[in-house]
Design a protein around this ligand. Structure first.
Ligand code: AMP
Ligand code: ZN
Length: 120
């Protein structure tokens, strides 16, 4: 179901996914978040959990929006269970250039399905 447009930025690739201007296989959405597969997966399960609101990064998140992080974590946990990631998984939020953030729209990676190394 389409639940309205992104509160966003017309040049943002993730806002375009929210607005169906770029195709994506959205696996979950509600009033606050959407989930879709990463186009360049680095693990057998690689989903992106994004906010509907265009928040450029964790580092500029308004305090009133911080409960979204808890909601994203809860959804990640549920999806991990649904995907059978019983032996573990990783959630990651990259922030800024040194954090490896490429898309300036807040998102959480859910990675699983293989033994993950710590990249640095
Ligand atoms: P980050 O480096 O944390 O900003 O992560 C951005 C992620 O978005 C990368 O893993 C990309 O592979 C992914 N990505 C970029 N464009 C798309 C797209 N159109 N659909 C799905 N994932 C995308
Ligand atoms: Zn955006």
């Amino acid at each position: 179901p389409v639940r309205g447009r992104a509160v966003g930025d017309s040049d943002c690739i993730f806002c375009k996914i929210i607005n169906r201007e770029i195709p994506s296989d959205i696996v979950y959405e509600d009033d606050d978040v959407l989930v879709f597969p990463d186009i360049n997966p680095v693990a057998p399960v690689h989903l992106l959990i994004i906010t509907r609101k265009h928040i450029p990064s964790l580092s500029v998140m308004d305090e009133e929006d911080t409960p979204l992080i808890g909601k994203m974590a809860k959804i990640a946990n549920r999806l991990a269970r649904e995907k059978g990631l019983d032996s573990g998984y990783r959630v990651t939020i990259n922030s800024g250039p040194d954090g490896g953030q490429l898309v300036p729209h807040l998102h959480m990676h859910l990675l699983g399905g293989r033994k993950l190394r710590w990249e640095n």
